[in-house]
Design a protein around this ligand. Structure first.
Ligand code: FAD
Ligand code: SIN
Length: 521
């Protein structure tokens, strides 16, 4: 079956939903997500959303903090764009019903996080993402120009390749005509034709053994774009959040927001001693890459699996008021954060790189846009400043709509696109082949491509991944397409891109830290 819509949006996080709401003014929108609408990284965001709102903060300070965190690798135009457009986009979120906490004087209650020189994080308690996700879902459901399809898994975007042309990275004017999509409820694959497609598929956390990301984060959009020969960049910059709750077996890992360190919490080794003074003058509030490496180092020296975050010196009632969900979660595990230290360890959290986009969110493929965590705008450079990603997603989703609406009138649906080709495939009856390979990928990436890297580790990782790649492609060619096998293919592609781009970077920069090329001061 073939379906048509002006805008095909793949992803229901902040990037996909905000794009859909705005694009719906210019044409019919179909919005897909692979599980339920609210299973997205967006819904998990705790700390908040960074924006300059009042004196003594100003745009120059936010720009400077972003550039410093990015370790000299940011695209200045992207930084200027996001920082300067943030306040307007925050207004739009509020217009859609998002409720940010305010003080008794009616001003925003601003938090501070690592790398920020000012209090500038707007938040809704300690579950800002959930508040944003629910508000946008309400708006989208009430919008008659948006068709929402849950449990629809995009397998591949459609290009000239599917019309039998040879498409390479050097092919000029590759075009996107839509996507092949698996309806998981009926187990059928449909052709979704579109004039414009937006990839808003989020992060890659499940490439690693531990992550704060929900299960949906398997880098599908990046892998699809890579197969279609789009430019992918900065994949070596994988951000590990310093303070995920250490609770063996829990997946995703529960985050202890950085705002807690902004509020005054300090890191301690298991013997109760502070250690961040050894690593950075900003102590526990240094940018994430520095704090994660410091914790990693302390854990390795001491042979321990976690450090502590201590907030016990703060007023108990204030702590409960600011961090009600963290308080509740820890209490369930028998940790009273107003009295007990919280065990934490670094965990995969965010990918700074992704599908390269320009200032209008255009990818290198015509008619294909990308926004949110799957994209690489250049804002984050080598290391994302905390709470800069939600804001990047709405600013670039907005840019994509503004650009796409101008080209839309001249575009047609592509004719003669063949149905998905599943000739020669049969049902794969050995799930173990998929689940075990998935585990092997996670193991390889966590062991060899984590916080600290080396040429030897990366080479080992690549060799091992190559075997899994060949076996999985072989299995994929023979199997009826299922979400699980497609996700496995995608995590292998994403892992390959991370390792390859990490091998190419012969320096330590931002989140890419290698013992073979130490940073020169
Ligand atoms: P997501 O919100 O992840 O949405 C991805 C969507 O794509 C989902 O709907 C999924 O179903 C869909 N999808 C994926 N693949 C397919 C496919 N093949 N077919 C169909 N659909 C597909 N950032 C901040 O700025 N501030 C914070 O405080 C903050 N806290 C965070 C806390 C946690 C625990 C986590 C995990 C992240 C946090 N982040 C924070 C990062 C931020 O939440 C994400 O970067 C952002 O929400 C990504 O939004 P997105 O729209 O790009 O993707
Ligand atoms: C956090 O609350 O610490 C997460 C913020 C972010 O990832 O931007």
């Amino acid at each position: 079956m073939t379906r048509e819509s002006d805008f095909l949006v793949i992803g229901s996080g902040i990037a996909g939903l905000s794009f859909a709401l705005k694009a719906s003014k210019f044409g019919k929108v179909t919005l897909l997500c692979k599980t339920a609408l609210d299973e997205a990284n967006t819904a998990f965001a705790q700390g908040g959303i960074a924006s300059v709102t009042c004196f003594p903060d100003n745009f120059e300070k936010h720009i400077s903090d972003t550039l410093i965190a990015g370790d000299g690798h940011c695209n200045r135009d992207a930084v200027e764009k996001v920082v300067r457009e943030a306040p307007k986009q925050i207004e739009e979120l509020i217009g859609w019903g998002v409720n940010f906490d305010k003080n008794t004087d009616g001003k925003f209650d601003l938090h501070r996080e690592g790398g920020h020189c000012e209090h500038r994080i707007l938040h809704h308690k300690d579950n800002t993402g959930f508040e944003i996700q629910q508000s946008l879902i309400r708006q989208a459901k009430a919008n008659s120009h948006i068709e929402i399809l849950e449990h629809h898994f995009a397998i591949d975007i459609i290009t000239q390749h599917h019309l039998g042309k040879i498409v390479t990275h050097h092919t000029p004017n590759i075009e996107c005509y839509g996507a092949y999509v698996l309806n998981e409820k009926t187990n059928t694959i449909h052709t979704f034709l579109s004039k414009i497609t937006l990839l808003a598929t989020g992060g890659i956390g499940n490439v690693y053994l531990t992550t704060t990301n929900p299960d949906i984060s398997t880098g599908d959009g990046i892998a699809m774009a890579h197969r279609a020969r789009a430019i992918i960049e900065d994949m070596e910059f994988v951000q590990f959040h310093p303070t995920a709750l250490y609770n063996i077996g829990e997946r995703p890992s529960f985050l202890i927001t950085e705002a807690m360190r902004g509020y005054g919490a300090v890191l301690r080794t298991q013997d109760g001693k502070e250690f961040m003074q050894k690593y950075d003058s900003r102590h526990s509030l240094a940018p994430r890459d520095i704090v994660s490496r410091a914790i990693d180092n302390e854990m390795k020296i001491r042979g321990e699996y976690f450090v502590y975050l201590d907030v016990t010196h703060k007023d108990a009632e204030e702590t409960k008021k600011h961090f009600p969900n963290i308080y509740k979660k820890c209490m369930e595990l028998g940790i009273d954060i107003t009295k007990d230290y919280i065990p934490v360890s670094p965990t995969e959290h965010y990918l700074c790189g992704g599908i390269k986009v320009d200032i209008n969110a255009r990818t290198s493929i015509n008619r294909l846009y990308a926004a949110g965590e799957c994209s690489c705008t250049g804002l984050h450079g080598g290391n994302r400043l905390a709470s800069n990603s939600l804001v990047e997603a709405i600013v670039y989703a907005d840019a994509a709509v503004n650009d796409a609406k101008n080209i839309l009138p001249a575009l047609q649906y592509k004719k003669n696109i063949p149905d998905w080709n599943d000739e020669g495939t049969s049902l794969n009856e050995e799930m173990i082949l998929i689940t075990q390979t998935f585990k092997e990928v996670e193991q390889i990436m966590s062991t060899y491509v984590g916080i600290v890297r080396s040429d030897l580790r990366l080479t080992r990782a690549m060799r091992r991944l190559e075997i899994l790649f060949r076996e999985t492609e072989d299995l994929f060619d023979k199997s009826v397409a299922s979400r699980k096998i497609c996700e496995l293919r995608n995590v292998i592609s994403v892992s390959y891109l991370i390792i390859k781009q990490a091998m190419q970077r012969k320096e330590s920069l931002g989140l890419h830290y290698t013992i073979d090329y130490p940073k020169k001061n």
